[in-house]
Design a protein around this ligand. Structure first.
Ligand code: NOJ
Length: 576
C-alpha cells in the first residue's frame, strides 16, 4: 500500500510541475488507486513433491502442476506459492538450495518453469517463488568456496567462528532442528553456524556482498515474471554478533537438549533494514510484486514491525500465525486474535494461514474426532470471509488427512528421525494430493510414491468430492466464489459482533454501498442461537443465507433475532 501512495505522490509532482491537469495523471491515478492484486487474493501453497507427478517417478514435478492449472482456476485460486523447486540435495526437501537460479531436474527444467508461468498467466494465476535466504545447502558453490580456507574471497559469506577451546563450539546456541547450531570444519579449523540442519549453513547477512548476490538472484526470478516471493524463515537472517550464550530455561526440548531462549538468534532489528531495501528493489518492478514473510512471531505487535509499522515500507504480507496456529479452538481467543489483526497493524492487510507443510493440518490439530468436517468448514469460513488475504495449503480443500508415521523406520523428514518419538517430523502433512480413487490417488502412475498416499484416498479425493454438493471441496468453492463476487466480502469493512459471546465468533462486513453481510462461527458442539438484530440496526431484521455449514439445515431466510448454529456450524448471510 505504501508503494501505491508513493506512486501517487510521484505522479502528482510530475504532473503539477508540467501543467495543472493532465490526462495521464488522471489515468495513472485511477489505475493506481486500484488495490494491489494480492489484497483480495486466494494464495494456494503447492508442495511440489506431492502435488502431481507427470513422469512416473513417484515425485511431483512442474509439468504436473501445469497439468492441474485448470483445477486451480476452477477452485478460484489467484496465485500459487511453490515450495522450493531449485537444485538441492533434498536434505530438507528443497529448503537446502545448491543453485538458486535453476530448477532441480527432479522437478523439470527452466523451460518447464517458464511454460508453467505462461500457462498460469493465461488463467490469471500468478506464481510466487519460495526464497530461502537465511541459508544455502552446504553443497552450494558459495559454501564450498567459503569452507575451503580462511582467506578465500567468500571466506566471510557464512557465519564462521573459532571454538571456545578444543572440541568446544563458540557458544550454547541450538539448532531449531536439534542439538548444537555449530558444526566444526577441519579445513578452516573453525565452526560454522546453522540454525536449521547441519547441511544448511547460515549466510552472513552482515557482509554486503551476500545481500548483493542474493538480491541479484531475486532479480533473476522477478525478470522471469514471478509475482513475488514467500521469504523463508525471514526473522532468522541475523544473529547477535556478541555470541553471548542464550539463556538456559527449565526442562528439555523434544530433541533432548536443554530448553533455551532464542532471542540472540532470531527476530533481530537488523532484519528490517534488509527488508526495506528488498521492498525498494521489488518496487522497481511493475505489477505489485508481493513480499510475503514466514513470520512466526510472539504477538501482533511484533508482526506489525514486519509491515514497517506506520511507514508500511517492508513486507506486504507477513504471515499472521496468531490466528491459524492458536493452540486451542476457543471462541474468545480467536475473536481476540482476529480483532488484533484488524486493529493493531497500522491499517496494513492481514494474511491468515491455517495450514502449511510444517504443521499437522488444522483438522488434525483442532478436530475432536466427531465433528472434524464441521470444524474444518468453520475454519474455512474464517479464512475466506474475514478481511484478510487467504493462504491455503494443497489438499485443505478436500480435507486431506495428516498421516503421522507410526514407526521411526517410516520417517523421511530428518527432524522426525532425530526427535523420534517426541518429534515425528512433517511427513504427515506432506502426503501426495488425492485426485481420484485410482492407483496412487491419481497423483502418479507409479504406485511407489515418495511418501505413501493417505489411506482414505478412495473416499477423500477431488473426483469424488466434485460430485458431492456437501463436500469440503464444494464448501471451499462456494466461499471463494462469494469472497470474489460479493462486494462486502470482497472489500467491506469488518466489525466484530456479540463480543461477549463465549461460544460464537461473529462479525459484519459492510460494502461501500451499505450492504451488510453477517458471519457467525460456532466453536462448540452444543447447538447455539445468537441474536444480531440490535447490533445491525433494529429488531425484526432478516437476512438471506448465502452459505451455511455444520448441517444446520439453514433456511434461506434467517431472523437476525435468532440465528441457529449447529455443532461447530457457520453461516454467511446478507442482511435484507
Ligand atoms: C521453513 C520451511 O517452511 C521449512 O520447511 C524449512 O525446513 C525451514 N524453513 C528451513 O528452511
Amino acid at each position: 500500500m505504501w508503494s501505491l501512495n508513493k506512486g501517487l505522490v510521484a505522479g502528482f509532482l510530475t504532473c503539477t510541475l508540467g501543467s495543472l491537469w493532465c490526462a495521464r495523471c488522471v489515468a495513472q491515478e485511477s489505475q493506481q488507486s486500484a488495490d494491489p492484486w494480492w489484497k483480495h487474493a486466494v494464495i494456494y501453497e503447492i508442495y511440489p513433491r506431492s502435488f502431481q507427478d507427470s513422469n512416473g517417478d513417484g515425485i511431483g514435478d512442474l509439468n504436473g502442476i501445469t497439468q492441474r492449472l485448470d483445477y486451480l482456476k476452477d477452485l478460484g485460486v489467484d496465485a500459487i506459492w511453490i515450495a522450493p523447486c531449485y537444485p538441492s540435495p533434498q536434505v530438507d526437501f528443497g529448503y537446502d538450495i545448491s543453485d538458486y537460479q535453476n530448477i532441480d531436474p527432479m522437478y523439470g527444467t527452466l523451460a518447464d518453469f517458464d511454460r508453467l508461468t505462461a500457462e498460469a498467466k493465461k488463467r490469471n494465476i500468478r506464481v510466487i517463488m519460495d526464497a530461502v535466504l537465511n541459508h544455502t545447502s552446504d553443497k552450494h558453490a558459495w559454501f564450498t568456496e567459503s569452507a575451503s580456507s580462511r582467506t578465500n574471497p567468500k571466506s566471510d559469506w557464512y557465519v564462521w567462528r573459532d571454538g571456545k577451546g578444543p572440541g568446544q563450539p563458540p557458544n550454547n546456541w541450538l539448532s531449531t532442528f536439534g542439538h548444537s547450531a555449530w558444526q566444526f570444519n577441519p579445513k578452516r579449523d573453525q565452526y560454522y553456524y546453522h540454525y536449521f540442519y547441519i547441511q544448511q549453513p547460515d549466510l552472513n547477512w552482515r557482509n554486503p556482498e551476500v545481500e548483493n548476490a542474493v538480491f541479484n538472484m531475486l532479480r533473476f526470478w522477478l525478470d522471469r515474471g514471478v509475482a513475488g516471493f514467500r521469504l523463508d524463515a525471514i526473522p532468522t537472517l541475523f544473529e547477535d554478533p556478541s555470541l553471548k550464550d542464550e539463556k538456559v530455561l527449565p526442562g528439555k526440548n523434544k530433541f533432548g537438549d536443554p530448553n533455551e531462549s532464542t532471542e540472540l538468534q532470531e527476530n533481530l532489528p537488523e532484519c528490517h533494514d534488509v527488508i526495506r531495501r528488498m521492498r525498494s528493489m521489488a518496487d522497481t518492478y511493475p505489477d505489485n510484486r508481493v513480499l510475503i514473510g514466514e513470520t512466526y512471531l510472539p504477538n501482533v505487535e511484533e508482526l506489525d514491525k514486519w509491515y514497517g509499522g506506520e511507514k508500511h515500507d517492508e513486507l506486504d504480507l507477513p504471515m499472521d500465525m496468531q490466528v491459524g496456529f492458536e493452540p486451542k479452538l476457543d471462541a474468545n481467543e480467536f475473536r481476540k486474535r482476529i480483532s488484533d489483526a484488524e486493529t493493531k497493524i497500522h491499517g496494513s492487510h492481514p494474511l491468515f494461514v491455517f495450514d502449511n507443510h510444517d504443521n499437522p493440518r488444522s483438522a488434525y490439530r483442532y478436530g475432536d474426532g466427531v465433528h472434524n468436517k464441521a470444524i474444518d468448514q468453520m475454519l474455512a469460513t474464517i479464512l475466506f470471509t474475514t478481511r484478510s488475504t487467504a493462504l491455503m495449503y494443497y489438499g485443505d480443500e478436500i480435507e486431506m488427512p495428516t498421516t503421522v508415521p507410526t514407526s521411526k523406520a517410516q520417517v523421511k523428514d530428518p527432524i522426525g528421525i532425530t526427535g523420534w518419538p517426541k518429534e515425528k517430523g512433517r511427513d504427515g502433512e506432506r502426503t501426495p494430493m488425492q485426485w481420484n480413487g485410482s492407483t496412487a490417488a491419481g497423483f502418479s502412475t507409479n504406485p511407489k510414491t515418495w511418501l505413501p498416499v493417505a489411506a482414505d484416498y478412495k473416499r477423500v479425493n477431488v473426483e469424488a468430492e466434485s460430485k458431492d454438493p456437501d463436500s469440503m471441496l464444494n464448501w471451499y468453492k462456494k466461499l471463494i466464489a462469494l469472497r470474489r463476487s460479493n462486494p462486502a466480502l470482497h472489500d467491506g469493512e469488518m466489525k466484530m459482533l456479540d463480543v461477549g459471546n463465549q461460544q460464537v465468533v461473529a462479525w459484519s462486513r459492510t460494502a461501500p454501498d451499505g450492504k451488510v453481510i453477517v458471519v457467525a462461527c460456532s466453536f462448540t458442539a452444543q447447538p447455539q442461537v445468537v441474536s444480531f438484530d440490535t447490533a445491525l440496526g433494529g429488531s425484526g431484521k432478516t437476512a438471506t443465507t448465502l452459505a451455511a455449514s455444520g448441517g444446520a439445515g439453514q433456511k434461506n431466510a434467517v431472523n437476525l433475532n435468532s440465528v441457529s448454529l449447529a455443532a461447530f456450524g457457520s453461516i454467511v448471510a446478507e442482511v435484507n
